[in-house]
Design a protein around this ligand. Structure first.
Ligand code: 5CA
Ligand code: ZN
Length: 414
């Protein structure tokens, strides 16, 4: 699918330290070691309620990874999917008496507009599930052939499931024990009680067509892809097995990323789907989790319509660490707007205190597991000094503007 237009990412002089990120599977902070090409797959939206600030926070976190890789001179291969056919989308379309394709198209377009406004560097491949059904079917055929998958014969519908026993290391992405897995599986779209499965945790690969549901032909009969296999199939096709970073919000650790990894590994037969699993914390509103089901969503488009500068949204979300569950509130936005105003004022001075140090510290803090709170503080120190005492370095305001533009995606040109 069409992605969105790219912001211009300026080149910042010099280089920074190697990026280290917290791998949530191994629970370790680790240097990320891509080759010349760096591969990243970040799970995209299910297009029925875009773009709330939780979505924005997650995509902004991975935008920092993208920008740090560009800064380090890597060629980045970034793929993002769109879950443009799945139960939650179909249920919302039904509730609102709408055609599901129309709802998806409208929400995808809104998401693109929001991402472009937020100056998120777009993925190179932005891929809908509805355009990937052939890939999914081919993958399921391989899994059935190597006995990692089977057709359930009990009941009316011949759905296809993945055997939890297909990979030896199943469970390594989340590290959860079995009871926890069953509980969360049930909460997040799984069907542990489906009769006829070999194991309650076996995950759906192909859902046989029910009356009134969209379907595609396949050797297993008409149906549609299960959720996790879409991301395995798209990632394998676009960036291959063993890519550098699998990303998304922490709500995807289990079952989604566990099963996406297991499906891919069951096909390949050895090794690990992604070299690093990186998860962003959950954004809440006034202390509660922000979610579609609670209906307490704050939308990027609403803020933009109210005249909020997208750079202020970035700064508000970067005021907390990407891995921390954190809350959005009006005060956070107001602080970010004040910070943005200060930075812009300082960057518009004819000269200021030398800024090499501030730029270097920004790079260092971001390379250390995207430590934006410390990175912002480094820029604050320079701006406060510039506004209080001035300085004679005529290149300094421009250097700071370039650094925050390149690394944080924050524009100091109002
Ligand atoms: N389409 C699937 C992934 S394949 C999906 O989870 N879609 S979503 O629309 O529900 O979420 C899109 C992305 O935003 C996911 O990476 C998800 O983890 C993240 N996300 C959703 N809610 C929040 C939240 N409140 N805070 C932070 N990230 C969130
Ligand atoms: Zn996904």
């Amino acid at each position: 699918m069409r992605s969105w237009s790219s912001p211009v990412v300026p080149k910042l002089e010099g280089t920074g330290p190697r990026l280290r990120l917290w791998d949530s599977a191994d629970r370790v902070l680790r240097p990320i070691t891509p080759g010349r090409k760096a591969g990243m797959y970040v799970c995209g939206i299910t297009p029925y309620d875009a773009t709330h600030l939780g979505h924005a926070a997650t995509y902004l976190a991975f935008d920092l990874v993208h920008r740090l890789w560009l800064d380090a001179g890597h060629e980045v291969e970034y793929t993002q999917n769109i879950t443009d056919v799945d139960d939650p989308l179909l249920e919302r379309a039904e509730r609102d008496q709408r055609d599901w394709q129309g709802l998806a198209a409208e929400q995808i377009e809104l998401f693109r507009t929001d991402m472009a406004a937020l100056r998120v560097v777009p993925p190179h491949d932005y891929v809908g599930v509805t355009e990937s059904v052939d890939l999914v079917v081919a993958m399921i055929e391989k899994l059935v052939a190597n006995q990692s998958a089977y057709v359930v014969t009990e009941g009316e519908y011949p759905d296809v499931y993945h055997r939890i026993t297909a990979t030896e290391d199943f469970g390594y992405v989340s590290g959860y024990d079995r009871d926890e897995m069953v509980r969360i599986f049930r909460e997040r779209g799984g069907d542990p009680d489906r009769a006829g499965k070999a194991d309650p945790l076996d995950a759906l690969l192909w859902r046989a067509a029910r009356p009134g549901e969209p379907s595609w032909p396949s050797p297993f009969g008409p149906g549609r892809p299960g959720w996790h296999i879409e991301c395995s199939a798209i990632a394998l096709d676009r960036i291959g097995f063993g890519f550098d970073v699998q990303g998304g919000g922490a709500d995807l650790v289990f079952p989604h990323h566990e099963f996406s990894a297991a499906h891919a590994q069951a096909q390949i037969g050895h090794g690990r789907f992604a070299r690093n699993y990186v998860h962003a914390g959950m954004i809440g509103l006034d202390g509660e989790k922000m979610s579609k089901s609670r209906g307490n969503l704050v939308f990027v488009s609403k803020l933009r319509a109210a005249g909020v500068d997208p750079s202020a949204i970035r700064l508000a979300l970067f005021a907390g660490h990407y891995r921390a569950d954190r809350s959005w509130d009006q005060g956070l936005l107001e602080e970010a707007q004040a910070r943005l105003a200060r930075w812009r004022q300082a960057a518009s001075l004819a000269s200021g205190p030398a800024a090499h140090d501030a730029a270097a510290r920004l790079r260092e803090h971001l390379a250390n597991d995207l430590d934006t709170p410390k990175g912002l503080a480094a820029v604050d120190s320079w701006a406060v000094e510039a506004l209080a005492h001035g300085g004679s370095d005529r290149a300094a305001p421009g250097l700071v503007a370039t650094a925050v533009d390149a690394l944080l995606g924050v524009s100091l040109v109002p």
